[in-house]
Write a protein that binds this ligand. Structure first.
Ligand SMILES: [Zn+2]
Length: 150
């Protein structure tokens, strides 16, 4: 939803690579999609669109998100959830590193900050994402968590 507010500023022309600053580039890979069997360089909007479509396939899959109580999760569900969160973080990283001015112009920065903080606290609480994955936004995350007294 937050990314949706800045899609007009994030195109294959403005963001031909899925970057977070100049140190981190994310390649798209999906073993179930012949086009992306290998890790592939893609534009930021292509990465994010692929990601959202890919996540949606899991949301719609009863093995991973059972709609009835008492139905067991698939054995590989924890690994899938971790990959989903790891990849979703990259959208935050791209937005912060490349579109923060757009976010502030739209006065969305507080929503973005709150959303990131919840995301990081949730991931940390349940050890879902390796700390190293947060590196592109480490400084910001340290400040956010420190201001909490944690
Ligand atoms: Zn972009």
């Amino acid at each position: 939803m937050l990314y949706g507010t800045i899609t007009e500023f994030c195109s294959p022309v403005t963001c031909p690579r899925m970057l977070a600053g100049d140190q981190y580039e994310y390649l798209w890979q999906d073993p179930n999609n012949p086009k992306y069997k290998r890790a592939t360089k893609v534009s930021a909007p292509e990465y994010i669109e692929n990601l959202m479509t890919w996540v949606q396939t899991y949301f719609n899959n009863e093995k991973y998100f059972p709609s009835k109580t008492g139905v067991p999760f698939s054995k590989d569900a924890p690994a899938v959830f971790k990959t989903i969160l790891k990849r979703l973080f990259r959208v935050y990283a791209h937005i912060y590193c490349h579109h923060f001015e757009h976010i502030t112009e739209l006065k969305m920065h507080q929503h973005l900050n709150t959303s990131l903080k919840h995301f990081v606290l949730f991931c940390n609480e349940f050890q879902l994402v390796d700390a190293a994955e947060f590196a592109p936004l480490q400084e910001l995350i340290d400040i956010m968590l420190a201001s909490d007294g944690k």
